[in-house]
Design a protein around this ligand. Sequence first.
Ligand code: APR
Ligand code: ZN
Length: 328
Amino acid sequence: MISAGICASDGHIKWGHMKTSNLPMVLGHEGLALVESVGPEVKQLQAGDLVLTNIMSQCDQCKDCQDRSSNFCEKDGFQIRNASTNKKLEDGTGVWGFCRLGVFSEYVLLKQSQVVKIDPRLNKENCCIISCAVMTGFFSATNLAKVSPNSTACVIGLGAIGLNAVFGCKFNGAQNIIAIDINNSKKAIALEFGATEFVNPQELDRPVEQYLKEKYGGVHYAIECIGNQGVMESAFKALKPTGTLALVGVGGKTLNFPAIEMLTGRTVAGGFLGKKRSDEGFNQLGEMYLNGQYNIDRLVTHRFSLEQINDAFQLLKEGKCIRSIIVF
Ligand code: APR
Ligand code: ZN
């Protein structure tokens, strides 16, 4: 591993918001690495290749993988918790890997489909965040929600994921981009990434969905980047009659929407990594970074060694970072 980002999804496991009995587990899924060596059946990679780790690995043979409009593979599947690695503790106990990856580790043993080869010029520590935050946020706006030009979009939750969603809305030409967060320190960076307005719902005198209805007649797109059930339901209420709610945040249990309100043409969309294939998405984003079109460096606010990882999680919990990365 070269570097790895600390995502709130890792935090959900560490802090017990998302339960798992598969312990001990190595967390970490957002990573940049150099291939150290390959097994005899690996044909598409060789030692020295620069790669990003991929939570949505695809076998590329099954029907799902032939359908290029999605990134879900029934065969390789997506396993967030049920994920054994070849690591073992000294006493022989097997070790699990978050998303089958577990990249908070100097070395990882992965399948070919769990990494994507990228341009060697992206060998910069900050580029690890392309593999989750940038990919998820950007493509949740551009590919999952399919934000259209001149539209009104809101993004709720301005962590690294949400800020990339804001940028995706701007990239696709949205006219009004309302960035919503309870933490006012996210305002300046949200405006930098393309928001036209910042709203702190706790400082409004009415529910944020009512505010959005009154000011904009509702939104064409609402992108939830927290994983909070109440926020998801409020975002649904903010939609125009044909609006789309994109669910990005991990969490929330059973959502309640009045079925009749779906019949005017509302859509609720979901999909990890913005439902975009990693091989296409990582390379497109990498190119945008190299062309100076995407300020990925701005999103990495802190760097830690692996030994300091608990300090990095604490910073995330306190809302004092955008993205922290572990540098190996
Ligand atoms: N209303 C508005 N904003 C909120 C609320 C709320 N009720 N609760 C939290 N937030 C804001 C926080 O202040 C923070 O800025 O949401 C943001 C979440 O950002 P991070 O914790 O940095 O999370 P991030 O890594 O961006 O991940 C966001 O996507 O991948 C998933 O599991 C991940 O569910 C998480 C989400
Ligand atoms: Zn497949």
